[in-house]
Design a protein around this ligand. Structure first.
Ligand code: UT7
Length: 327
């Protein structure tokens, strides 16, 4: 059976920056509160004519270029997102057209902040089963369009952007050692977007006046579950491979809150130098956060050949996931 290996990474971010100081002018908050409670200093926000597909296509192109893969070689394009360009068709189909990936099957995957990791798991499974040879997995979001900019509990957290990875069949020691995906639907209503689906069809009185097109989150509950679930996903990955935290060269967690990352790393016994953090510059980009971080780590040389990299996500649903990779 072939292994699946990540052979290219890419990311793309909007140019526009909103700092904590900018947010002080919009809602009752402070740079000090946001920094100490979350670790975020600034986030990137899409311009008017930039969409989820805009960043996804660019991130995908960069990943393909790094891997030396032609778009027409792709068998599969999987986009993890909760902010597609439209409810349908799949934004992955728009990406397929823009890239010229004629023979790829393309679909969107809704697993909130775990979307990229779920996509990575499905691509890996397809490749190992011989159903695909080359896949492009993307996490992309324009959360700024569904964030309530009058709600200080949520608007300070999120940002826009995309990250991508080319995953292909290979032989040898390097590659994706395991992926694990989990869900706990009993908490679906702690982080969700009420409208734009079949429960709350468009109506001025309800969906607009009641602000149902904006995401809602019970931050404190989400926070507690995130730490526990990310620890469980990480330990499951290590146990499945007969490894311990000391084997990890680099830990790439979902970038939601510095305190969640630090608490998870502490539970795993990982020192700070083994944990990749970039959320101070981008905030929480949901499905895009891990592939953006992976691309930055890869391009900066923070990951070297042979390194053991653990990726670990948590998001709405709840969903959570881990992937262990020998680079
Ligand atoms: O991507 C995966 C899903 N998302 C996450 O993982 C996010 C998980 N949650 C979190 O990161 C944190 O819960 C938050 C950063 C959202 C909030 O931090 P917290 O320490 O849980 O604060 P809290 O919600 O308990 O609120 C504490 C206080 C409240 O005031 P009172 O009720 O104590 O008077 C809030 O109203 O802080 C207040 N507050 C703010 N104050 C200034 C909430 N947001 C702000 C703000 N600026 N932006």
């Amino acid at each position: 059976m072939s292994r699946a290996r990540i052979t290219g990474t890419g990311s793309a971010l909007p140019d526009k920056i909103i700092t904590n100081r900018d947010l002080e002018q919009m809602v009752e908050t402070s740079d000090e509160w946001i920094t100490t409670r979350t670790g975020i200093k600034e986030r990137r926000i899409a311009a008017d004519r930039e969409y989820t597909s805009t960043f996804a296509v660019e991130a995908g192109r960069r990943a393909l270029a790094m891997s030396g893969t032609g778009a027409d070689e792709l068998d599969l394009i999987i986009l993890g997102t909760v902010t597609p360009d439209f409810p349908f068709p799949a934004t992955a189909c728009i990406i397929q057209k823009e890239l010229g990936a004629h023979k790829a099957a393309a679909f969107d995957l809704s697993a909130a902040c775990s979307g990229f990791m779920y996509g990575l798991s499905i691509a890996t499974t397809h490749i190992r089963a011989g159903a695909a040879k080359k896949a492009l997995v993307i996490g992309a979001e324009v959360l700024s369009r569904v964030v309530d900019w009058t709600d200080r509990n949520t608007c300070i957290l999120f940002g826009d952007g995309a990250g991508a990875a080319v995953v292909e069949a290979c032989e040898g020691e390097s590659g994706i050692l395991s992926t694990h995906i989990f869900s706990d639907g009993s908490h679906w209503d702690q982080l969700y977007l009420p409208a734009a689906g079949s429960r709350n069809p468009a109506s001025c009185q309800r969906t607009i006046d009641e602000r149902l097109y904006y995401l809602r989150m019970e931050g404190n509950d989400v926070y507690k579950h995130a730490v526990r679930a990310m620890e469980e996903a990480a330990i499951t990955a290590l146990n499945a491979n007969g490894m311990s935290p000391s084997d990890i060269s680099l830990f790439i967690p979902h970038q939601a809150n510095r305190r969640i990352i630090d608490a998870t790393a502490k539970r795993l016994g990982l020192s700070e130098d083994k944990v990749f953090v970039n959320l101070h510059t981008y905030g929480n980009t949901s499905a895009a956060s891990i592939p953006i971080a992976l691309d930055e780590a890869n391009r900066s040389g923070a990951i070297k050949k042979g390194d053991i990299v653990l990726m670990d996500a948590f998001g709405g649903g709840f969903t959570y996931a881990s992937a262990l990779v020998r680079w």
